[in-house]
Every structure is written in C-alpha cells, then in structure tokens.
Write a protein that binds this ligand. Structure first.
Ligand code: KIV
Ligand code: NA
Length: 278
C-alpha cells in the first residue's frame, strides 16, 4: 500500500472516499495501526491525558511530542504521520513557530503538524506552508483552550459561534492547510463547513458530513482502567479489561508457583551442579 500524501488526501475528498485517522503514541501502537490499514496517524497531544496521566493537554511539551513522534515513526514507516504542536509552541511569533514545527519533522520524523486555532493563526500557518511544512488545522473544541472555552462542550450551536467557525475554516484554507480537524461540532454545521471547503475535514464528534474521522487509540480500545463512555466514541474492544485480567492471572501464577513451569526454564547437566556441592 502506498502511503498517503496531502495530494491524495484532497483527491479522496473529491472522490468521496472517507479518510481514516487514529492517534498513536509509541512504536507498538503505530505498528498495529499501520498493519490494520489506517490512512493516517495523528500523534496527538492527547498523549498528555492518555499516556502521561495529565488532566488536560496543557502540560505537554515539545520535547514530549518529539519523543513520542519519533517512536511512532519507527513503528509506522509507511504511513503519513501528523504531529500536534503543543500548547503555546505556535503562539509566540512566526519564527518560534517555524523552529518548533521543524523539530517535529527533523527530530520526530512527522510529515505534517497540527495547530489549534482559526483566523488568528493564519500567519503562522502560511509561514509553515511556505517553508514546506504541511499543516492540518483544528477548530471547534480546541482542548488547549479548555480554560478559555469553559469546558468540553459542543461548539457552533449558536449563530454567532457557527459563523465564526465557518470563517475560521475558510481563513485556514486560504492560509494553506491541507485539511481541518473539526472537534465536537454539531453535525449540521460540520457538514456545511465541509461542503464549503475544497480541502478535507476530519471530524471527531462532528458527525457524518465530514470527509474523514479521527478517534483516540485508547478510546476505541478502552485501553485504560478507568475508561468513561463518551458519546462521540465507538469502542471496538475492551483491552483494559483484557490487560487487567491477564496481569491478575500472572500475579496469581507467581503467588501459587504455577509460573514458571517446566516449559519456561533452562535445564543443564545435573552432574555439574552436584560437583558444586563438594
Ligand atoms: O490530540 C488529539 O488526539 C487530537 C485529536 C482528538 C484530533 O487533537
Ligand atoms: Na490534540
């Protein structure tokens, strides 16, 4: 299978072929996502929540993103990889933004970066694009702004909000993004925005009118001990329960001496040991 390019992504929108995107954060998750046939991997700063245990994505650093993106790139050598620019790394001017985005590509081996924001980051987006850095936009619920937004609620339900999201999407397209993530946007608005753009939209909690879908690896697999139902997520396995019971069985085997068994140990000539007895 040929890896995706931003040219192919735009063609997929034109031909109506849905784009599948999943997050991954390390070597084995990336390897499995690629083997399963995912179109594109997002190294999301959601890693702050799902693999580092923070409450929000705000504490995630550029170093965290570089480290995890490198691991993903080693696992998925034939897949288009997008990496998130974390909180504040693209808000301190064009030069800093370029330097930070470059690190995700040169040290993290990402093929593209993602930034949260609309018209307000058009300048940073176009500077990256001019420099050869493909950018994926992200509007709607933007988790890095959770404290400004006042919580994780659906965006675009009011007319003023809806108009602003449409304007932001158009401003991002004009600035040169190759696609836009729409997060927690009411379905009719996400569908309308998608119809007004020539670049693909990739939705999460944004409904059936988007050109693609993205979900978080740990969410679809229930890969944690405290997984909570989220309306926007469909779960495909209960890996958390599988892991918990497997580890429980291992602990029990050690305690009862059921492990290691004959087949797990390395024998040797007993005479040599007897020689040690003296
Ligand atoms: O960090 C992330 O996983 C994301 C997706 C939810 C779009 O930004
Ligand atoms: Na993110």
């Amino acid at each position: 299978k040929q890896p995706l390019t931003i040219t192919k992504l735009k063609k997929m929108k034109q031909s109506g072929e849905p784009i599948s995107m999943l997050t991954a954060y390390d070597y084995p998750s990336a390897k499995l996502a690629e083997a399963a046939g995912i179109d594109t991997i997002l190294v999301g700063d959601s890693l702050g929540n799902v693999v580092l245990g923070y409450d929000t994505t705000i504490p995630v650093t550029l170093e965290d993103m570089v480290y995890h993106t490198r691991a993903v790139a080693r696992g998925a050598t034939n897949t288009f990889i997008v990496a998130d620019l974390p909180f504040m790394t693209y808000r301190l001017g064009v030069e800093t933004t370029l330097r930070n985005a470059a690190r995700l590509m040169q040290e993290g081996f990402a093929h593209a970066v993602k930034m949260e924001g609309g018209a307000d980051i058009a300048e940073e987006v176009s500077a990256c694009v001019r420099a050869g850095i493909p950018v994926l936009g992200h509007i709607g619920l933007t988790p890095q702004s959770v404290h400004q937004l006042g919580g994780y609620r659906v965006q675009g339900k009011l007319e003023q909000e809806a108009r602003q999201l449409l304007e932001d999407a158009k401003a991002l397209e004009a600035a040169g993004v190759f696609g836009i993530v729409l997060e927690l946007v009411a379905e009719p608005l996400a569908a309308y925005i998608s119809s007004q753009l020539s670049i693909p939209t990739i939705g999460i909690g944004a409904g059936r009118g988007c050109d693609g879908q993205v979900l978080v690896y740990h969410d679809i697999l229930q890969y944690s001990d405290d997984y909570k139902e989220k309306r926007m997520v469909k779960t495909y396995a209960d890996i958390g329960a599988t892991i918990r019971s497997a580890i429980g069985a291992y602990v029990s085997d050690v305690k009862t001496r059921a492990f290691p068994a004959q087949e797990h140990v390395f024998p040797m000539d007993e005479e040599i040991i007897k020689g040690l007895y003296g």
